[in-house]
Design a protein around this ligand. Structure first.
Ligand code: ATP
Ligand code: MG
Length: 205
């Protein structure tokens, strides 16, 4: 589960939790992006986004934090992260890249995106305002989606796309940053510990 997590919120947590149950995942590795190459520089420093993610997943033994992208000096390419994880797991164990429907639609803009399917399955969650349908997808992505879409992930290590309906939570980092900048409270949309961290580190003012 990758993201900028700027800041991490309940949408991310429910996505991971529901994916774990629906897709039968043993654990979810949380990987905050260091320097995302295909979007604007995050508002909060990488170290803070890492610390907030650690606070958010605290106490869930199935959730683990991976700080590799934050520690790396180079831009964070998901395909490079998947290659690293594949190297650790070996060729046979299934690996699933989790994302929301908006991120899936943007996949063709990612570095070496077609190689993602060789390295992992994709688990794609519904997201309010971002229907999962091939209308509006680039022709290349729509083709992959039709060819690879499955109702249940096979035992194979990679190559399928499973979309799943998650509890609709219309929460986004963008909206939370706006609330904080306006001096409004984002409480009940993110874990209390993350909000405490934001306040004590004066983030998103
Ligand atoms: P921003 O508004 O800054 O882009 P965000 O809320 O989209 O923030 P990201 O870190 O960009 O958070 O997203 C990480 C991953 O989580 C992406 O794959 C995204 O699609 C997914 N995601 C984020 N929020 C939700 C949500 N409310 N429902 C479903 N998926 C979500
Ligand atoms: Mg986003």
């Amino acid at each position: 589960m990758g993201g900028t997590f700027d800041p991490v919120h309940l949408g991310h947590l429910r996505l991971a939790e529901e994916a774990r149950r629906i897709l039968g995942l043993v654990r979810v590795l949380w990987i905050p992006a260091g320097r995302p190459p295909h979007r604007e520089t995050p508002a909060a420093p990488a170290e803070d986004r890492l610390a907030m993610t650690a606070l958010a997943i605290e106490g869930n033994p199935a959730f683990l934090l991976d700080d590799t992208e934050v520690r790396a000096q180079a831009p964070s390419y998901t395909v490079a992260t998947l290659e690293r994880l594949r190297g650790i797991l070996g060729p046979d164990r299934p690996l699933v890249l989790l994302m929301g429907a908006d991120a899936f639609r943007g996949l063709p803009t990612w570095h070496r995106w077609m190689e993602v399917f060789r390295l992992a399955h994709l688990g794609v969650a519904t997201r309010p305002g971002h229907p999962i349908a091939d209308i509006g997808m680039s022709p290349e992505l729509a083709g992959e989606w039709r060819a690879r879409r499955v109702a249940e992930l096979p035992a194979a290590p990679s190559g399928s796309i499973a979309d799943f309906p998650m509890t609709a939570l219309d929460i986004s980092g963008t909206a939370l940053r706006r609330l904080l900048a306006d001096g409004a409270s984002p409480r009940y949309l993110m874990p209390d510990g993350v909000l405490d961290y934001i306040r004590s580190h004066s983030l998103y003012r």
